[in-house]
Design a protein around this ligand. Sequence first.
Ligand code: HPA
Ligand code: ZN
Length: 336
Amino acid sequence: MSETELKYLIEQLPKAELHLHLEGSFEPELMFEIAKRNQLKIKFESVEEVKEAYKFNNLQEFLDIYYEGAGVLLKEQDFFDLTWAYLTKVHSQNVVHVEVFFDPQTHTERGVPFETVLLGIYKALEKGQHDLNISFCLIMSYLRHLSEESAFKTLEQSLAFKDLIDGIGLDSSEVGNPPEKFEKVFKASAEAGYKLCAHAGEEGPASYIWGALDLLKVDRIDHGNRCLEDEALVERLAEEQMPLTLCPLSNLELKVIDRLEDYPLREMMKKGLLVTLNSDDPSYFGGYMNENFIQTALAIKLSRDEIITLAKNAFDASWLTEEEKLKRKEEIDEMR
Ligand code: HPA
Ligand code: ZN
């Protein structure tokens, strides 16, 4: 397959994105616009200066800038515009289903009401379903650098809007904030009817992935790269067909890997893992879904069949009904 054919295939494939932080899709142009209308100053003078600052040596360096950027979001319209910008962008890339994270505590800690954040996001997702035919799930993530008590408070705030939220995630600074810190609040979240996922094994050790499985009882692992350090864990993940939402460009930008050419994706597929490709924080890491697919496919020379398998995996790993999954995979087969 030539490079042109590979790009065409990836662009045409109907795709699902399962690991996307809405606050991480905040493009500098929109950040300036929203800061201006909210009469807030950001510490950068221009879009170019912002992009220049997006050079990270690890997860924490990125998070510091990510929380600062999110600090200009105040009104329901701001959260709507953020979400709508993401949806129109991925619509142009043939993404047909999204399961997106938002971090309520990033905003409620600054005094923005939970309801403002949620309704802005939800109204945009509904419009995306209606106008762009993008189906969605919404995942509320607890910030793991904060206390379990704070997560419990967030869970409580969410209950009035339970019907609008599908699942719970766990993100932010991983090392030093192991899964066991959130065991009780995950149990309570499951009892409230939420599905569960958690970031694990991005920077943290393989033991955090065991913890996410056995203590948090997640339905999906976000990242999970470091499972490869533990043969028994890989066997368990493969046997259960536990989805892993990988984010290659994020891993590259946060120095989880040195080179995309060394990305262990094929190795993971050969071991029978249910892996998917996602963008994580596209505005910060230089690429949405197609860029993640294309750059990875070129770097490790993915075949047509491997690319198609990855696209199908995302529907299998999603929270769509079995019927919807089948329909989406049939649409892919019809492309051949
Ligand atoms: N890891 C942890 N927390 C995050 C990330 C990530 O990649 N993106 C936004 N919050
Ligand atoms: Zn993430």
